[in-house]
Design a protein around this ligand. Structure first.
Ligand code: HEC
Ligand code: HEC
Ligand code: HEC
Length: 138
């Protein structure tokens, strides 16, 4: 096999089986037929995962209104916190494939969100230095 073929083959393997090996933990959501999501870093969620499954949108959307109108920041429900924990170690994002945490579940549930048009989908340590002035935005 020439070098190029080897590179292509390893990229292909990485894109398929590779994810399962490189990800920390794939969690099956909604039974065996549901998506398998890369939950990211691990640790403990800000609330019980069962509660989060049905209520996460209320926590962060409510806070957006509070933040933008009244300038409240940095609570435990900050979107930056979610992304720091739930970004995959494979591509350092909560988006990008149907195994990525936010995207995978939303594709499955046919939900569309616009949050990441402004907010960064990457954990703080992988954001561009030039953007650190507004640290939770792109
Ligand atoms: C300290 C790390 C951490 C933080 C911060 C965090 N999570 Fe979690 N989250 C987890 C872990 C670990 C789980 C458990 C996954 C499992 O075992 O089901 C989880 C579970 C969830 C689930 C349920 C997934 C499922 O299994 O159905 C949702 C939804 C969720 N988190 C959203 C969020 C949102 C939104 C935020 C920000 C407000 C957030 N999380 C902050 C670590 C974190
Ligand atoms: C048009 C751009 C834009 C969009 C789209 C947007 N936001 Fe924001 N968001 C902002 C700005 C600006 C702030 C305030 C910046 C700051 O606090 O640093 C903010 C702050 C926040 C905060 C508080 C700070 C933090 O890091 O947690 C949360 C939570 C939040 N937004 C959630 C969301 C969610 C959820 C969505 C999608 C439903 C969303 N935002 C969509 C611009 C946007
Ligand atoms: C376990 C599956 C699951 C995961 C993981 C998940 N979501 Fe959701 N999300 C949903 C479902 C289902 C809905 C729609 C619920 C409804 O319409 O009542 C939703 C709705 C939302 C909404 C509101 C959309 C709207 O316009 O009503 C926001 C904002 C949101 N999710 C943000 C996030 C973010 C940010 C992440 C990653 C940190 C995330 N979600 C991870 C399942 C998930």
């Amino acid at each position: 096999m020439n070098v190029l073929a080897k590179i292509l083959l390893s990229l292909l393997l990485f894109a398929t089986a590779g994810w399962a090996a490189a990800a920390d933990q794939l969690v099956a959501v909604d039974g065996p037929l549901g998506p398998r999501l890369d939950i990211g870093k691990g640790g403990q969620c800000v609330e019980d995962p069962k509660f989060m499954r049905s209520n996460h949108m209320r926590l962060i959307i409510h806070q957006r209104d509070e933040t933008v109108r009244k300038g409240i920041r940095g609570s435990k429900y900050s979107l930056t916190n979610c992304v720091d924990c739930h970004a995959s170690k494979v591509n350092h994002s909560v988006l990008g494939s149907n195994q990525n945490f936010c995207q995978g579940c939303h594709t499955y549930a046919a939900v569309k969100i616009d949050c990441f048009e402004c907010h960064s989908s990457k954990p703080r340590e992988f954001r561009k230095a030039s953007n650190l002035a507004v640290e939770n935005l792109k």
